[in-house]
Design a protein around this ligand. Structure first.
Ligand code: ZN
Length: 380
């Protein structure tokens, strides 16, 4: 995709993409908030950085990016319910690029609700067809080594926060996770996996599933978010664990931002599962939470001497990505991209090395008793 334009007004809006090949889009809708989703085969987006930040007419803004391997996606936030009046593909003529044109007209809530229903039915049909290919992760677990899942936040169409100087959260958290994995792999004591290894979007629920399917012993989600209020004050690393009630306002605000990831990428939200009142599951959940808290405290102790921390560096809130009932999970905000000083640190090699070493030390501390037991009884 080499260009995009929007023309029209609140009654009728035309969205045009310049393309270098013919593609067959699948257009669907999601509500709450009103969104239009255009799924495409993987395309390269070589458009100016500001593209999509402002819309026109029925489109308030839009974003684009890799949604999954081989699949690109465009998500538009809408100002009003719409109907797709027309979709056409214009082949390239002379020096004009090929174009995909989508005409939207304003519609009613009732009609838009029907559009959402049809989209859902089409999606379920498609899922059925591809279900056989779905790659469930088996757990080829090396029985001795603790398995650690590193979870670089965001990715693909969900860029996460943008720094004062333009740093993208999705890129720096992936770089950092790669560095940490390299260090842990070098120790040879752990089996380290990643929820994503490239610039691909992964839904929050899928991240939790990966930890569960791999029977991970520890799950570390890595972020560097931005806050709207207190940009000057919110800086330094923070370690979060799951709680029903946020420990403070900042924690609550951050969990809300994080939990928006699926909405940004246009993933249909599952109904919140009704809490199962299963005594064993409850016990497992409680045990997992205490391991999560223990690791968070170990991590804070280690980070204290290495990098700058926020005041009260162990906080908690309702992060969806930390909800595995059987995997101790923490979320680390490396720093805040909304703070210019933090942003400079986050892109500095020296700081990253120090941060990754300190996290490595905390991980050793967490698994030391288990590794010592294994050494004492090597035959088991
Ligand atoms: Zn984030």
């Amino acid at each position: 995709m080499s260009g995009a334009r929007i023309a029209g007004d609140d009654d009728r809006t035309r969205f045009v993409l310049d393309l270098d090949k013919q593609i067959d889009p699948v257009i669907s809708a999601l509500g709450d908030p009103h969104r239009l989703i255009i799924d495409l085969p993987e395309v390269e987006f070589s458009v100016p950085e500001e593209t999509g930040k402002t819309g026109r007419g029925l489109i308030s803004d839009w974003r684009y990016g890799l949604f999954a391997t081989g699949k690109s996606r465009i998500v538009m936030d809408l100002n009003a319910p719409v109907r797709v009046d027309n979709t056409l593909f214009l082949p390239s003529i002379d020096d004009q690029p090929a174009r995909l044109v989508v005409d939207l007209v304003s519609s009613t809530d009732g009609e838009f609700a029907e559009f959402i229903e049809e989209s859902r039915a089409a999606r379920i049909e498609k899922t059925k067809k591809t279900a056989a290919k779905s790659d469930k992760l088996t757990a080829p677990k090396d029985s001795k080594k603790p398995l650690i899942v590193l979870d670089p936040g965001h990715g693909g169409i969900d860029t996460g926060a943008t720094g004062v100087a333009g740093t993208l959260e999705k890129a720096i958290v992936l770089d950092f996770a790669n560095l940490l994995k390299e260090k842990l792999d070098a120790d040879g004591l752990y089996d380290v996996r990643m929820t994503r290894e490239d610039d691909t979007f992964v839904a929050l629920g899928r991240r939790v599933e990966i930890g569960h399917e791999l029977e991970a012993d520890l799950f570390i989600s890595i972020h560097a978010d931005s806050v709207r209020v207190g940009r000057k004050l919110a800086r330094g690393a923070t370690v979060y664990t799951l709680s029903d009630k946020a420990s403070d306002q900042l924690a609550g605000e951050l969990a809300d931002i994080e939990n928006m990831s699926d909405v940004i990428a246009g993933v249909e939200l599952d109904e919140e599962p009704t809490e199962v009142t299963d005594i064993l599951l409850d016990l497992a959940r409680r045990e997992t939470r205490s391991f999560s808290v223990y690791f968070a405290q170990t991590l804070v102790d280690e980070l204290k001497s290495a990098v700058r921390l926020i005041n009260n560096p162990h906080r908690s809130a309702g992060f969806k990505v930390l909800k595995a009932h059987d995997v101790p999970s923490v979320l680390v905000e490396l720093g805040y991209l909304s703070n210019e000083h933090d942003e400079k640190l986050l892109i500095s090699d020296e700081w990253r090395e120090r941060m990754a070493d300190a996290m490595g030390e905390a991980i050793h501390g967490f698994f030391r008793p288990r590794l010592a037991r294994q050494q004492a009884a090597p035959s088991q």
